[in-house]
Design a protein around this ligand. Sequence first.
Ligand code: GLU
Length: 475
Amino acid sequence: MSKNQNKTGSYGFFNCIEKNFDKAAQFISIEKGLLEQIKACNSVYRMHFPVKIGKEIKVIEAYRVQHSHHKLPCKGGIRYSMKVNQDEIMTLAALMTYKCAIVDVPFGGAKGGIKIDPQTISSENIEKITRRYTSELIKKNFIGPGIDVPAPDYGTGEREMSWIFDTFLSLRSGDVDALACVTGKPVSQGGVRGRKEATGLGVFYGIRELCHVKEDMYSVGLDVGLVGKKIIIQGLGNVGYHAASFFHESGAIIIALAEREGAIYNKKGLNVSKVFLHLKNNGSILNFPEAKNIKNTEKALELECDILIPAALENVIHKNNANRIKAKIIGEAANGPITPEADEILDKKGVIIVPDIYLNAGGVTVSYFEWLKNLSHVRYGRMEKKFRENVNAEFLKVIETVCKKPISIEEKKMILRGPREIDLVRSGLEDTMINGFHKICDLKKSLKIENMRTAAFVLSINKIIDSYERLGIFP
Ligand code: GLU
């Protein structure tokens, strides 16, 4: 057993990322010290604070890790889960650094976590814990529009981000940029339209792009295009839920959906919106009338399919099940769902893995748009929507005169429309995901790198090196 392996024989999560980093470093010729600096976590804040729950005082364990300060602010979500630990949060913070660099989002990576199970705690108590955590971050200067900007992650959402903002504002009243201290807020509280579904939509754009690359599709024996591809999604949180909807709408066939309590399967395809309605009404996806139950949820990962999307937690594909995975493509919607040992097994089998540091970057990309919106204090499209509509109307008049043919009302409506915030956000996200994909593939080709993950790391590390070289080392 190597020094990096834990008792169960698998690597610690941070070591997994170090392994991926080291593979990529072989393609980069740069001073070793700089690579070591990029790899290291700059600041780790581990805290314990008391919260009164009922008549009892509970001591809460929480973290905020800033992996890199090569760009500021630092950026990354906050997760609420009983599995939260320092190694996990450090790793997720590092992934944020690499992710942001790939999609040209000018932030250093960070991550936070509170060790609680939000499903067993009342919302009043979750609010108390969230507000106390925020005040701890403020005390230590670990939050602020130019310092470190949290966002939602596993177990958190708009509600928590709203509380974080409100706590920040009450302790920093008068800060005109306070809204930009956190992203993923509700639209009514300074959020941006399209943030909620951004990670799932980014996953969809990334996989759609891959499915249009002939060479790649033929290499795994699939036809070009997304229509008709058989997909399994594991995890129906915010990311999996939206990804499933976008894939379904685009004509892909969702053959299985997996949740904690079990999975459901129908080889002809599941009607995703009906499944979600069933989930809402019954609190579980199991016993959906048009599907078979699979009691052992892990078995769903091993079903025959074209594309597997793990969208829940890390390390779900490991050395003990990797050999049984039958998917031809794996899209990492979650952070770190495949261990390095499993990665090697799947690589040998010829599976195309679209790595997390690219594929789930849609969330932070739209968080960047939200942060910019908050700093500019104006909604996207507000200044130009009407102007564009007026210009379009003029164009239309000219076209009708030149063509001597009237344009139908439906066509007119489409052409006249000026951009709304959601249109701008989605097109910005689509462009980012398409660009990121091709940059990774171009680098993979030009350096003859064996897989997308290593190519994505090389792309990312090169960009971080570039900023360090321009910044210099102080003093
Ligand atoms: N938690 C998300 C992630 O892991 C979003 C982070 C953010 O928007 O800052 O990418």
